[in-house]
Write a protein that binds this ligand. Sequence first.
Ligand code: NDP
Length: 402
Amino acid sequence: MTKILIIGAGGVGRVVAHKCAQLPAVFTDIVLASRTQSKCEQIAAEISERLGRKIATAQVDADNVPELVALLNEVKPALVINVALPYQDLTIMDACLEAGVNYLDTANYEPLDTAKFEYSWQWAYQEKFEKAGLMALLGSGFDPGATNVFTAYLQKHCFDEIHTLDIIDVNGGDHGYAFATNFNPEINIREITAECRHWEDGEFVATPAMSEKRSFTCPEGVGTYNVYRMYHEELESLTKHIPTLKKAQFWMSFSDNYLKHLEVLVNVGMTGIEPIEFDGQQIVPVQFLKALLPDPSTLGPRTKGKTCIGCLATGIKDGEQKTVYLYNICDHQACYEEVSSQAISYTTGVPAMIGAKMILEDKWRKPGVWNMEQMDPDPFMADMNSLGLPWRLIEAPDFELT
Ligand code: NDP
């Protein structure tokens, strides 16, 4: 019996619940809990209709450690898959330690009142998890997540030393709205408007947000897109764990239309995280904006096109300089048909499920707090191919970021 508790019934939670439910031999019992239980019940009903499988639901405030511990003691799962928000990472880790449960998430901790995310807070739990004989697997989404595993695969199979790494995240999907974000708008906008940092010659170099732009032509006819350099959390762990990296950058595609709207929203203060006084009430602008924007979990039926996320790496093998591109392409409509979600939630939820599978099958289980690139990439990559995210490797690609 391997019981899991999924916390968070948003876009990603829906995918994780569906994908785990597809594998009853691995995930024998599933409980889905969130702040709003009706959202869990709706997902459970979809799974029951689609797969004929019952999953249990629960209500929990994941900011509240005693409430979480009570739920963990009642459910007694082998593992918690945390797909709530980054604000809840530490409370859920604390509760897991208290109740003796393994932990997995897809995004690193971010304090609610500071738009800053880094691994230091979660890495500080290393000794506690190790002593408790429990595992915490950090960042098991796509980026971070699959991109870390891709880099570990390149390091293991393609290079003696990786020297440069460009993680390129293209979303060629169109949902038809003038402006919407593909995952939680508050987290998304905080990330995009943050100062950019990339790794160069042994240190992080800061540049203004969205100030570096390139063009990238995706393989397999996905198209040519403008991509912008941003800071992304996997850069922190990858540059720590792969010390041969001389330069590491993260690029994400944005349409001109998206950037035009974002610029106006930033300029008028709608992306602010400081509370303001309005009609005798305190409101946080970005949270108000979130309430106005389409719920990302409703974008599925409208989104058409593909995502293409991969790692373009250069380095040396047997004394020769080489370049390799390792990537996945995912179709929004195909995802929607399978799990009622668009590809952004799908590409995050599938690696979360595979990471959980790696732990439950003892392929990756070891006490302590770990990033994905510290694990053997091979079993994870094999599961990506068979469980919804097939990847391809191009040796000496004839394209580059231009
Ligand atoms: P959503 O906003 O759609 O869903 C978040 C869910 O968490 C909601 O169901 C929400 O509650 C629940 N939640 C929030 N606060 C609490 C709380 N205090 N207690 C209990 N439940 C709570 O976000 P997404 O599904 O888009 O994203 C989920 C996670 O995935 C985020 O951490 C995000 O950063 C991460 N992510 C990672 C990616 C990657 O590639 N690594 C890519 C995309 C996202 P309620 O029940 O009220 O709705």
